[in-house]
Design a protein around this ligand. Structure first.
Ligand code: AMP
Length: 281
């Protein structure tokens, strides 16, 4: 496994690989790796000759400096995991390498970025759009792998790829969960054992919401029940929304299961967690 920190070094290695016809898969991450990240790497390794995993905590997608400072990082453990996963290249640039100067480019994805995460995290998707575009240009992958865990992010990147003609195939991989249904997240590392237990209510709420929606319970009632369950479990609910994943808009009324997802965000022990579920028809 190659561990590369400089953009020019990475480009040189990948130019050689492409020159002999090798295909390249990219898995962008912010490190503090877990099985969810590994599932993306495994998929990439199956589908490409060479898998590049980037580890970069992107400062411009954080709207809260404390959240950035507290973001978990463990490069030693990450490298061990990547070696075991037989990843070909780790790209772990310093902040200065990616942003020698503060970028002036801003991206908007209106109306996709005005709801859910976008409504609560100012400029988040602008920062995501800029860093993902940079990675696409630096790596030039054939395929890039993202998780359904960040559903809105995936849909926005899909739009970015279409709008800017990036010649890249996107793959959206399912959410990996622990035995109690909690969606794996780097942020879970900061939860106490009690917090981990409390956080499992998020996925239970999503299942409950799916069930009740199918039974015809009004969405307003489902949201009220969800808020109560959060309060009972010391979870501070930020939102629970039903969305049409085709139009990517919020639903006020339930119109059948086609393209329906339920998205939730909340704080457990002051740590912000998100989850979602795609409703099966
Ligand atoms: P992050 O390091 O949190 O930015 O995540 C890097 C990639 O891994 C993103 O595309 C995420 O959607 C994906 N990811 C994060 N958690 C999971 C999970 N539990 N299951 C599958 N993919 C995930």
């Amino acid at each position: 496994m190659l561990f590369i920190k400089k953009i020019e070094d990475l480009k040189a290695v990948l130019t050689t690989k492409r020159g002999v016809g090798k295909t390249v898969g990219l898995v962008p991450t912010m490190g503090a790796l877990h099985q969810g990240h590994l599932s993306l790497m495994e998929r990439s390794s199956q589908e490409n000759d060479c898998t590049v995993v980037s580890i970069f905590v992107n400062p411009i997608q954080f709207n809260n400096s404390q959240d950035l400072d507290n973001y978990p990082s463990n490069m030693v453990a990450d490298v061990k995991m990547l070696e075991a996963a037989k990843v070909d290249i780790v790209f772990a640039p310093a902040r200065q390498e990616v942003y020698p100067k503060s970028p002036l480019t801003r991206m908007t994805f209106s109306p996709l970025d005005s709801i859910l995460e976008g409504a609560f995290r100012d400029n988040h998707f602008s920062g995501v759009g800029v860093v993902v575009s940079k990675l696409f240009n630096i790596v030039g992958p054939n395929k890039a792998y993202f998780g359904q865990k960040d559903l809105q992010q995936y849909l926005i990147i899909k739009q970015l790829v279409t709008d800017l003609n990036f010649p890249i195939e996107l793959v959206c991989a399912p959410i990996v969960r622990d035995d109690n249904g909690l969606a794996l997240s780097s942020r879970n590392q900061r939860l106490s054992d009690k917090g981990i237990k409390q956080a499992t209510v998020l996925s239970r709420i999503l299942k409950m919401a799916e069930q009740k929606a199918k039974e015809g319970v009004p969405l307003t009632q489902i949201k009220k029940d969800a808020a109560e369950l959060c309060t009972d479990n010391n979870v501070q609910l930020e939102y629970i929304e039903f969305i049409d994943t085709g139009e990517f808009c919020l639903l006020k009324e339930y119109k059948g299961y086609h393209n329906l997802a339920i998205c939730i965000a909340g704080y457990v022990e002051d740590i912000r967690l998100i989850d979602n579920i795609l409703i099966q028809e």
